[in-house]
Each structure stands twice: as structure tokens, then as C-alpha cells.
Design a binder for this molecule. Structure first.
Ligand SMILES: [Zn+2]
Length: 184
């Protein structure tokens, strides 16, 4: 009988430790996110990828040059692969006719005719302007996704998924801050 009680006590203590550990883990993760930035999450894993090396693209600027040309928030997303918070960007609910260009080098990237309401809180397009967007495999956050960058300057735009509407079935999910807009 005593052994049974002892066993039950051991099990209860073990469960207590597990709950405590998972709680402290969550707590420190949450803290990290808050520290990163209020509106932008930066993906440090991706920064180490060589895919966006300067030499791969026509526009060859040093990170210091980009830092001078872009605002802090633009730099965080375009050059450090950050993500703006959903429903905070200027273009997710934007319906004018024209062309969306790269926020860093102004290359034409998306036609407003291909923009649609995805409900994600980020501007979404079912197609890019031919060949101007480069796709890169992104294995961060324990997922395999396809990152999209401007093929002229290598700046980060967002990701492309295959759950979009007809005719392509693709969803280019792009940060507003990675884009500028030229009205038709
Ligand atoms: Zn660009």
C-alpha cells in the first residue's frame, strides 16, 4: 500500500515538473517575440541563407547603402526578411488600378488586376509580372515554404502558396511595406 502511494506521488511530481517546464518555455518564447519588434517579426534563420547574396542580382548595393535609402521598417522587412503584422499594411485593403513595384528598387512586380481578397491581412496576388519575382525554398519555422524576392535586387517580398484562386491557383502573400504603387 505504501509503495502504491509513493508511486502516485512520484507520478504527480513528474507531471508537475513537465507542466512547469513547458510553462517557462512558453513564457521565454513570448518574451523573445515582444523584444524582436512590435509590428515586425524578423526571421534571423533566413538571414544566414546565401540565396540573397548581393552577387546574385543586377542591383548590387551594400547593406549599408540599403540602410541609408530605406526607412527602418522597410529595411527590416525588405533586407532582413521581417514580416509586417497582418492588417497593418497600407495595401491589403487597397483597390486602385495600377502596378505594384518593389519597395527597394522599383521594378514592376504585381499588376492590380491579379490582386484579390484572400482575407489574410496581407496584399495577395494570384500572379506576378512575368519573371520579376524569384522563388526561394524557405525551411525556417519548422515548415517548408516558398519565399518570394524581387529578382532585380533580391529584396524580400513575402511567400507564395498554392491555395490561390483561378486561373493560377497561386497566392503571392506580400508585405505592403515591400511594395510601392504606381497608379494607372
Ligand atoms: Zn527590387
Amino acid at each position: 500500500m505504501k509503495i502504491k502511494i509513493l508511486l502516485i506521488l512520484v507520478i504527480i511530481c513528474g507531471l508537475g515538473v513537465v507542466v512547469f517546464l513547458s510553462f517557462t518555455n512558453n513564457f521565454s518564447n513570448n518574451n523573445k517575440q515582444v523584444e524582436a519588434s512590435e509590428n515586425f517579426e524578423i526571421n534571423l534563420d533566413q538571414l544566414n541563407q546565401k540565396d540573397t547574396a548581393m552577387s546574385d542580382y543586377k542591383i548590387k548595393k551594400t547593406e549599408n547603402q540599403w540602410k541609408e535609402e530605406l526607412t527602418d521598417n522597410e529595411y527590416r522587412v525588405l533586407r532582413q526578411k521581417g514580416t509586417e503584422r497582418a492588417f497593418t499594411g497600407q495595401f491589403y485593403d487597397h483597390h486602385e488600378k495600377g502596378v505594384y513595384t518593389c519597395g527597394a528598387c522599383h521594378q514592376k512586380l504585381f499588376d492590380s488586376k491579379t490582386k484579390y481578397e484572400s482575407g489574410s491581412g496581407w496584399p495577395s496576388f494570384y500572379s506576378s509580372i512575368d519573371g520579376n519575382v524569384k522563388e526561394i525554398t524557405d525551411r525556417t519555422h519548422g515548415m517548408v515554404r516558398t519565399e518570394v524576392v524581387c529578382n532585380n535586387c533580391g529584396s524580400h517580398l513575402g511567400h507564395v502558396f498554392n491555395d490561390g484562386p483561378k486561373p493560377t491557383g497561386m497566392r503571392y502573400c506580400v508585405n505592403s511595406i515591400s511594395l510601392d504603387f504606381e497608379k494607372e
